[in-house]
Design a protein around this ligand. Structure first.
Ligand code: TMP
Length: 207
C-alpha cells in the first residue's frame, strides 16, 4: 500500500469538512491524486446507512447504532479506501474509527475495548497515517453547526454534556497516540487552521 491515509476528527461544527476540502485542493495542486471521502458514507451502502443514522424520528439503540457505524466502515474500507491507497492515492477521510470511540465510547459509555476490537474487525487493521483533531469548545461547535444548517440530526441533538465527553475523549486519545494525532485549535479563522493542517500533512508526507 503506498498512498497516505489522513483522517479528520472533531466535534460537530469544528470545521472538518471545510478543512478536508481545502486540504484536497492543496494536495491536488501539488500533483497528488486525492480521494476525499467521509464516514458514515463513501459507498452506496454506507451512504444509505448514514441516512438511517441521521433520522431523528427513527429510534436506534446505542448497540445498534454502534454496529451500523461499523457496518458502514467495513464496506467503506474494502470498497473505496483500500483500493485507492493501493493504487497510490492519498485518501482524506472526514471521520473514521476514532469517531466510534469518541461518540459511542466516551459519549454513550460503551466499553472502549469492545469498540477497539470491533474497529479492528471493521477496518481489517487499517490505521490512519495521520489524524488531525480539530479541537473546539462544544458550545461554540453546536452554535456553528446550527448556523450552518438550521436543523440538527439525531446525534447533534444530544445534550451539551454528551458533546463535552466526546471532546474530552478525543483529547485523551490524542494524548495516548501522539505520533498519529495532531491537535489543532479550531477557534481561529479558516485560513489559519488550514495553514496548520498543511504543516502537519507536509511533515507526515515528507513534502
Ligand atoms: P458529520 O456530521 O461530521 O458528518 O458526522 C455524522 C455524525 O455521526 C456525527 O454526529 C458524528 C457521528 N458519528 C458517530 O457517532 N460515530 C461514528 O463512528 C461516526 C463515523 C460518526
Amino acid at each position: 500500500m503506498s498512498g497516505a491515509f489522513i483522517t479528520f476528527e472533531g466535534i460537530e461544527g469544528s470545521g472538518k469538512t471545510t478543512q478536508a476540502k481545502l486540504l484536497k485542493g492543496y494536495l491536488e495542486s501539488k500533483g497528488l491524486e486525492v480521494v476525499l471521502t467521509r464516514e458514515p458514507g463513501g459507498t452506496e451502502l454506507s451512504e444509505r446507512i448514514r441516512q438511517l443514522l441521521a433520522d431523528p424520528s427513527l429510534p436506534i439503540r446505542p448497540e445498534a447504532e454502534l454496529m451500523l457505524f461499523m457496518a458502514s466502515r467495513a464496506q467503506h474500507v474494502r470498497e473505496l479506501i483500500r483500493p485507492a491507497l493501493e493504487r497510490g492515492a492519498t485518501v482524506i477521510c472526514d471521520r473514521f474509527a476514532d469517531s466510534s470511540a469518541a461518540y459511542q465510547g466516551y459519549g454513550r459509555g460503551i466499553d472502549l475495548e469492545l469498540i477497539s476490537a470491533l474497529n479492528e474487525f471493521a477496518t481489517g487493521g487499517l490505521k490512519p497515517d495521520l489524524t488531525i483533531l480539530l479541537d473546539l469548545d462544544p458550545e461554540e461547535g453546536l452554535r456553528r453547526a446550527r448556523r450552518g444548517r438550521g436543523d440538527l440530526d439525531r446525534i447533534e441533538l444530544e445534550e451539551l454534556e454528551f458533546h463535552r465527553r466526546v471532546r474530552e475523549g478525543y483529547l485523551e486519545m490524542a494524548r495516548r497516540e501522539p505520533d498519529r494525532f495532531v491537535v489543532i485549535r479550531a477557534d481561529v479563522d479558516i485560513d489559519s487552521v488550514h495553514r496548520r493542517v498543511r504543516e502537519a500533512v507536509e511533515r507526515c508526507l515528507g513534502m
